[in-house]
Design a protein around this ligand. Structure first.
Ligand code: SAM
Length: 217
């Protein structure tokens, strides 16, 4: 039986994610990195066992994570520099999606030259049932619809009556590339098609997330 270590991922999926990050971001013992929007730090805690100098940033406070910086990266500068890698998994930035510049400036500032940034985003196609756009995971049932250039997701959680609504901005690949290029972050790899099997984590098993790798130039 698979052990649940996160409400979103099984242990196996988490290991797959971390293996993927390790390989793509070339993470070694001496690497220094940052998990942007680390949340509970489910990936970060494993990455820190490989690369001790990996930090986590989130606007929600966490008392459990080592090397944790409690800040809003759309409003404050991240006090780090010369990092080898930064990754951002499944972000939900609410209204901040409409002005990504402060975040991109932060990413540029903390990376060393040639440092790598991996972004993992949901897309409308992340949902298994393409008609009703629904999906289920360990915590609840989710339904999504497109509203102009946003993905609006409502979630009903199994263990409470809580209803949550999240909004993700949907970017086309070209839009993302243009936006990042303005900050000298250049696309070096696009896992579109996600032929890379290791990127097969929930809620999508169909290789339909936007997963892109940029390099600081
Ligand atoms: C959907 S969670 C993903 C958590 C984790 N990366 C994962 O894959 O499990 C998005 C996280 O981004 C954080 N976040 C959103 N906007 C932020 C901001 N402006 N500054 C810092 N953290 C932010 C949220 O607090 C949340 O923990």
């Amino acid at each position: 039986m698979e052990v649940e270590v996160s409400p979103h991922f099984t242990h196996r999926e988490l290991i797959d994610q971390v293996e993927f990050l390790k390989r793509v971001l070339k993470i070694e013992n001496t690497s220094r990195g940052l998990d942007l929007g680390c949340g509970e730090g489910v990936q970060l805690k494993i990455i820190q066992q490989i690369a001790r100098e990996t930090y986590g940033v989130d606007k929600e406070k966490s008392i459990e994570i080592d090397k944790f910086l409690h800040l809003n990266f759309f409003e404050e500068q991240i006090p780090l520099s010369e990092l080898d890698f930064v990754y951002c998994m499944a972000p939900n930035f609410g209204d901040d999606w409409w002005n990504m510049n402060p975040l991109l400036q932060n990413i540029y500032k903390v990376l060393r030259n040639d440092g790598l940034f991996l972004l993992d985003l949901f897309s409308l196609n992340s949902y298994k049932d393409q008609e009703s756009r629904t999906c289920q995971d360990n915590i609840g049932q989710h339904e999504a619809y497109r509203n102009e250039n946003c993905l609006v997701q409502t979630s009903k959680f199994y263990n409470s009556k809580k209803l949550e609504m999240l909004i993700w901005r949907i970017f086309s690949k070209d839009e993302l590339i243009e936006l990042f290029a303005k900050h000298n972050l250049v696309l070096v790899r696009d896992f579109k098609g996600f032929t890379d099997q290791a990127a097969n984590w929930q809620p999508n098993k169909q290789n339909d997330r936007i997963l892109v790798l940029f390099q600081k130039k």
